[in-house]
Design a protein around this ligand. Structure first.
Ligand code: THU
Length: 134
């Protein structure tokens, strides 16, 4: 936990209301904290051609880049979810999102998401060891 974790959790939770998820009925919210201290949020945006779906994490990161430019660094990320019953279930960032998170993170960037009993917090290094780099 950092002083910003609760705010990130609240922002990720509230952005789930904006999710466009008519196919899965699974809403995801993400809030990212950049090194400048700003928070950006994103939700999942699905598409009838399923592969075009945009995940919440990548949406939030795109918002951060659009607002602050290409040199952003992510310090902390919180991801929330809500299934068709309105319940939060264990769900970690997908593989594609892990690689995109890695692009803008440092090895100690913290990623928090829903686990079985409670929230899980890991470092970028733990979430995607040996990520692809040139
Ligand atoms: N989803 C995310 O937004 N982030 C993830 O890391 C995992 C999956 C979304 C995509 C899709 O809209 C829904 O969850 C079900 O797969």
């Amino acid at each position: 936990m950092t002083p910003k974790t609760n705010e990130l959790l609240a922002r990720a939770t509230s952005i789930m209301a904006q999710a466009y998820a008519p196919y899965s009925n699974f809403s995801v919210g993400a809030a990212v904290l950049t090194s400048s201290g700003n928070i950006y949020v994103g939700c999942n945006v699905e598409n009838v051609s399923f592969g075009l779906t945009i995940c919440a994490e990548r949406n939030a990161i795109a918002q951060a880049v659009a607002a602050e430019g290409p040199s952003i660094k992510l310090e902390e990320i919180v991801v929330t979810n809500k299934n068709a019953d309105g319940k939060s279930i264990p769900c970690s960032p997908c593989g594609a999102c892990r690689q995109v998170i890695a692009e803008f993170s440092h090895p100690q960037t913290a990623i928090q998401y829903r686990g079985k009993q409670t929230d899980i917090r890991v470092s970028m290094e733990q979430l995607l060891p040996d990520s692809f780099r040139f």
